[in-house]
Design a protein around this ligand. Structure first.
Ligand code: AVI
Length: 320
């Protein structure tokens, strides 16, 4: 590989591995460059994208019950959040917990220092009394570091249906790994998007205004910019799919014709057949049986389900 220019090696590796496969695929984290972050914010405001409102409603309706569950073992706790994003929903809980004088420290974890800075600034403004200690580490190094020195129980939050962006087998590994760091008084709260009318799910990943299409196609723009690829966007299309039996939603970018795409910085090119898909995202939907199985295989039990009014979404507290 030619490496004379400054390229993002992680992105380059994903492209080389993913586009060389018989069934082409690219990981969904590639969506989130600066433009992708903005488009995702817009998706969350689309009428079809019910997920954000559903989880927001859960926190509004059950913030007091959530605090009771979090404090049943100990008055003090560390609140560790993986993948907090802009913190809009977490803020509901943090404001309430602080107003109730709960004894806790909020520890958002992210590998991006700028994401943490933005989050900390937001919280300083909106929840001035909050005790916050951002952790600029990879998720599991953060848990390891926390475990080496703590008195209070920890509660790990992984909300916003982020668990659905793993393949189911990877989601199981992920929960098992978190469980390995939990002690008997600790808890884990995960946000799950639930199985529902398949058309509603499909629409959430195919909004009429075309924001999800723009979000997915932006991945190609990113590769054109960062790796000097020559994807012609009008020769590809966004194709969402949902299987109501397995609960798996997938997004594909499909090549509309036979073509070759070159990557200047990699000195590589990849051939596409007409209608050949690149799988770019899982958005797994769950039911209670699947959630119980996910917990069981990690040696955890389900302590409490919190649902929105329409049962579109659930935040579920698990414990050892
Ligand atoms: C971040 N994640 C939970 C979103 C989802 O619903 O899977 C990402 C997304 N992709 C397209 N629309 C939203």
């Amino acid at each position: 590989m030619i490496d004379t220019k400054k390229i993002n090696q992680a992105v380059a590796n994903e492209v080389i591995n993913g586009l060389s496969r018989k069934n082409k695929s690219l990981p969904s984290w590639l969506f989130y460059d600066e433009e992708g972050d903005k488009l995702f914010q817009q998706i969350m405001n689309m009428p079809e994208y019910y997920l954000t409102d559903s989880e927001y409603q859960i926190f509004q309706n059950y913030k007091a019950d959530i605090l009771s569950v979090f404090t049943e073992n100990s008055r003090g706790f560390n609140l560790i959040e993986f993948g907090a994003g802009d913190g809009m929903k977490t803020e509901v809980l943090l404001k309430y917990f602080t107003s109730q004088k709960a004894n806790f420290t909020y520890k958002p974890v992210d590998i991006s220092a700028s994401v943490l800075d933005q989050l900390a600034n937001r919280m300083k403004q909106s929840v001035p009394d909050l005790s916050i200690e951002p952790i600029n580490k990879e998720y599991f190094s953060a848990l390891e570091a926390l475990n080496s020195d703590r008195k209070n129980p920890m509660i790990v939050l992984f909300m916003g249906a982020n668990i659905g962006n793993f393949a189911l087998s990877e989601a199981k590994d992920f929960v098992r790994k978190i469980a390995g760091s939990l002690r008997s008084q600790d808890q884990l709260m995960i946000g799950f998007d639930l199985k529902k009318n398949p058309n509603m799910i499909l629409d959430a990943y195919n909004d009429a205004a075309g924001i999800t299409t723009a979000f997915n196609m932006n991945l190609l723009t990113r590769l054109n910019r960062e790796l000097e690829a020559n994807f012609e966007l009008d020769k590809f299309m966004h194709y969402p799919y949902y299987d109501p039996q397995t609960g798996t939603a997938k997004s594909f970018i499909v090549s509309k014709e036979e073509q070759t795409v070159s990557f200047n910085t990699l000195n590589e090119s990849f051939d596409f057949k007409a209608w050949e898909p690149i799988h770019v995202e899982f958005s797994q939907k769950f039911d209670e049986e699947m959630i119980a199985e996910l917990a069981r295989q990690a040696g955890l039990s389900v302590e409490k389900y919190f649902y929105d009014n329409k049962k579109y979404f659930a935040d579920v507290v698990l414990k050892k």
